[in-house]
Ligand binder design. Structure first.
Ligand code: ZN
Length: 512
């Protein structure tokens, strides 16, 4: 449509609106986002056959059989654990779990990564529906409720490798890997909320052990459906689906870009096309891929080779009872009962292994005088820093050689003033890898803190004697010399002198 063909219907339309990228608030358009997540389920075998779920290290086309290759005459068998993990996810998302008759259906389309020419999925009757997720959005200092439309079970496709202009390769290892699709209601109102939803969902899926939910490794994939509509309007605008998002940051950036692009188009009176767009990370923009197919293009029909699924009420009740404490509840418990800051509580609960480690430190150290605050400081501080150094090896808190009870011992030593914080950090760095008892290392290496006034006084006196010119400078008013003198005392005592005593002694002698 040309500019002259555009008819303004809004009285406020002629004013140029404030352009705030990423925020619909304050503009005349409201952002409406719905999110689709595909998560590979953590099962040992594939969805409908006995093939082991492949790792990225497996040689291409080595984890395959007639079923997942779609050879004629082969028949699928449902993976019980995959069904269980979707139900568990649905329960964590407060969904209704269907126990009457869940149907598997064929989604038909032709593409080289789909050996059967159809994907076994769920359409009319999903396993889980009508749930919700409360999402903390730090960037907006708010919590939003996102409705969960459905969570269903399907199988993954093969992986294509495009080798330039003349050929493409197909690796069928991934074909038939159990996949869960989680679709939200169009409840998300900003790019920051979209990102927070993805992160919160990832944490939950990891907590309950349903998926590794690793965006980088491809075990979690995310798509955003975004449209704009005039503020106050009930009708949805034209929806654009954005794919190729390889991080939560990409999701946020892509949504920001789309808000800007769609606002521009609406301002100019250009019609938006319902389409699928891909995110180009390098250029920081979305690119049109294809116009969106309607659901009936897939010619869904019930899978004739599988019976309807009827999970028993007892099975569902058992799963509900087995559901672990979720991150949101744990965060509130840490902040409420243990008095941790919301920030510390958030860091700890962001990783189930780290939270479990923290709980174990607390359990072991409670009788030894380890306070929640001290334990949280060490676990989110030095311990997490060491963990990050080993992140490339995939090390998580539960794989660290130093056991939680040993870290509790170390924290108790610091709290009791028997070792300086500096020496304790050095001991932690060593025992983190070796798993040795920190207390034994402190004793063997003579790293314990000495609070003996005579020992400290002697060290301070020697340092002052050895640095007469610095002492004179300090007395002449050069305050920064003080830190240097403290450092010299600590060096002389190999970090063992009680810092409080050192300060007292230095101040006393310097002012006399
Ligand atoms: Zn197979």
């Amino acid at each position: 449509m040309t500019r002259s063909g555009y008819r303004c219907t809004s009285p406020t339309h002629r004013r140029s609106p404030p352009r705030i990228v990423g925020m619909a608030v304050g503009t005349r358009y409201e952002t409406v986002i719905g999110i689709e997540v595909h998560a590979q389920l953590r099962t040992a075998s594939k969805m409908f056959c006995a093939c082991a779920v492949p790792t990225l290290e497996d040689e291409p086309n080595t984890r395959v059989c007639p079923v997942c290759l779609g050879l004629p005459g082969s028949l699928p068998v449902i993976n019980r654990r995959a069904v269980e993990l979707v139900m568990l996810s649905g329960l964590a998302l407060e969904c209704h779990v269907e126990t009457e008759a869940v149907r598997f259906e064929r989604k038909n389309y032709f593409y080289p990564d789909l050996p059967k020419g159809y994907q076994i999925s769920q359409y009319a009757l999903p396993l889980c529906s009508n749930g919700r997720l409360i999402v903390p959005v730090a960037a907006e200092d708010a919590e939003v409720m996102v409705g969960i439309t459905r969570a269903h079970l399907e199988e993954d496709t093969a992986r294509m490798q495009h080798g330039g202009r003349d050929h493409s390769l197909v690796d069928f290892n991934r074909a038939g890997v159990p996949l869960m699709e989680i679709v939200t209601e169009p409840d998300v109102r900003s790019p920051a909320q979209a990102r927070a939803y993805g992160e919160t969902l990832r944490d939950i899926l990891r907590y309950i052990g349903a998926s590794n939910a690793d965006m980088e490794a491809g075990s979690m994939r995310i798509e955003g459906n975004i449209s704009l509509r005039p503020m106050g309007s009930e009708r949805f605008g034209t929806k654009v689906e954005v794919k190729n998002l390889n991080s939560f940051r990409s999701l946020e950036r892509a949504m920001e870009f789309e808000i800007e692009r769609q606002t521009d188009a609406l301002e100019r009176g250009e019609p938006l096309v319902q389409e699928t767009r891909g995110w180009d990370e390098g250029d920081g923009r979305t690119v049109s891929q294809r116009s969106k197919e309607e659901a009936n293009d897939y010619r869904y029909f019930p899978e004739p080779d599988l019976p309807p699924l009827r999970p028993s009420e007892a099975w569902v009740a058992g799963l509900r009872a087995a559901l672990p404490e979720l991150p949101s509840a744990r965060r509130l418990r840490y902040a409420g009962e243990l008095g941790l800051s919301l920030y510390d509580a958030g860091v700890l609960t962001g990783d189930v292994a780290l939270a479990d480690y923290f709980d174990a430190v607390m359990a072991a150290g409670a009788s030894g005088g380890v306070t929640p605050k001290a334990a949280a400081n060490w676990v989110t501080g030095e311990f997490s820093r060491l963990l990050n150094q080993h992140a490339a090896e995939g090390l998580r808190a539960d794989g660290v050689a130093l056991r939680p009870a040993s870290l509790a011992e170390l924290v108790a030593e610091v709290e009791a003033g028997r070792v300086s914080a500096t020496n304790a950090k050095a001991v932690l760095a060593r025992t983190f890898v070796s798993g040795e008892s920190p207390v034994e290392v402190i004793t063997a290496e003579g790293l314990g803190q000495v609070s003996d006034a005579g020992f400290v006084g002697e060290a301070v006196a020697s340092v002052l004697e050895e640095h007469p010119s610095q002492v004179a400078e300090y007395r002449a008013g050069k305050q920064q010399i003080y830190g240097f003198l403290v450092g010299q005392v600590m060096k002389r005592t190999q970090g063992r002198a009680d810092a409080k005593l050192v300060n007292e002694e230095l101040r006393r002698r310097l002012s006399s």
